[in-house]
Design a binder for this molecule. Structure first.
Ligand code: MSS
Length: 363
């Protein structure tokens, strides 16, 4: 459809000029608005809602928001107020949509045509999930998945399984997952999932369930459509199915954020951001000749841990003419971004360095 011109009410506080408004439920940070900081300003962070955000009226008393926890020895309903007394931690992590980079797939993958800006790095504060589970006696034997359900009220007359935002992640995520009520040191906005959000550091956006109202430790993945057939990597033309890889841990990725389009000859600072998913980054290399020759960039700013992104910079002398500037990140396990992309039906998980580059005209 047509791109809206103004921000929808639930996101009216966002910085309009920093965003590309794809639709009322999808807005992307412009490449040039990502900046060189480790933390993405909240009002520039992308938004992606599969269902409309819950109304503000449901979040007026955030401490009263309830989450039910099951698949533990002592299942219970807890309020945010109670969770706040059970433990607290702060984790910096990249929030990135599974479809970030979709616009670069030549087959025209359906869905929002995200370029690079369906991603940001933010600070989450909340209780470690494992503290909550321990307080409730531990997960039941045989639990293999953590299944989180979003709190949107669903339209009547439609099978709820086909629209509910309910995601399962493997229990290995328990070590790092948290139930967050703050983002960037402010109460978590409704736009980004307040009063309470499941945060799974290093996992694709969809697993970070907003307005979480139910958490279950289960033997199987949920059969909700968004899990069973949605967010699955499959060949172009194939239908989604539970045996295909699910969008869980993010892959290693980077992209250049400046200069964009034009610049002047001589010394240029080339900036970008890089992330390792669940694995610490090792290095980022930059090429100003489309990948023929590479130089190692320098990380910029503090290292906020393996789930945060790292801004990088390389000083390069650019001659007049067109330059194709690309970046390539490598993690400490030796995984590097590939040159190309893995074509897949829905355009997920693109981390190929070639497509993510920029062409800059230097005069
Ligand atoms: N949650 C809920 N509840 N709902 C919805 O819709 N979405 C997803 C996540 N979570 C949802 C949820 C997605 S899909 C994403 S990306 C994310 O979220 C986003 O976030 P922000 O905050 O940014 O908006 Mo793709 O993979």
């Amino acid at each position: 459809g047509e791109e809206p011109k103004t921000l929808p009410d639930y996101a009216a506080w966002k910085e309009r000029n920093a965003l590309i408004l794809h639709s009322a439920n999808t807005m992307e940070t412009k490449r040039g608005a990502i900046g060189n900081g480790v933390i993405t300003a909240s009002d520039r962070l992308f938004v992606r809602n599969n269902l409309p955000a819950i109304p503000e009226s449901e979040t007026e008393n955030p401490d009263a928001w309830e989450v039910h926890i099951e698949g533990v020895q002592n299942p219970r309903t807890l309020t945010v107020g109670e969770l706040k007394k059970m433990g607290v931690t702060t984790t910096a992590s990249v929030l990135q949509c599974s479809g970030n980079g979709r616009a670069f797939f030549p087959h025209g993958a359906s869905g929002t045509q995200w370029s690079v800006g369906a991603a940001g790095c933010v600070m989450w504060t909340g209780v470690p999930l494992k503290d909550v589970v321990e307080a409730l006696g531990g997960a039941v034997a045989g639990a293999k998945y953590i299944t989180s359900t979003g709190g949107e009220s669903l339209p009547e007359g439609i099978d709820p399984k086909t629209i509910v935002v309910e995601r399962s992640v493997p229990t290995r995520a328990m070590e790092t997952a948290l139930l967050a009520w703050e983002m960037n040191d402010e109460p978590l906005s409704n736009t980004h999932g307040g009063p309470l959000r499941m945060v799974v550091p290093g996992y694709y956006g969809v697993n970070n369930v907003k307005y979480v109202k139910n958490i279950a430790f289960t033997e199987n993945e949920t059969d909700a459509k968004i899990q069973a057939s949605g967010y699955r990597i499959r060949d172009v033309g194939d239908k989604g199915a539970p045996d295909q890889p699910s969008m869980w841990e993010m892959n290693v990725k980077s992209w250049v954020t400046a200069p964009l389009e034009t610049g002047s000859s001589g010394r240029n600072m080339i900036y970008g951001v890089a992330l390792g998913g669940t694995v610490q980054l090792e290095k980022v290399e930059v090429s100003v000749d489309g990948g023929k020759t590479w130089k190692q960039a320098r990380f910029l700013g503090p290292d906020l841990g393996p789930y945060a992104w790292r801004p990088f910079v390389l000083a390069a002398d650019l001659s007049p003419g067109e330059h194709r500037i690309v970046s390539r990140a490598t993690d400490i396990e030796g995984n590097s971004q590939p040159e190309g992309r893995t074509d897949n039906e829905r355009g997920y998980g693109h981390n190929g360095w070639k497509d993510h580059g920029v062409t800059v005209a230097i005069s």
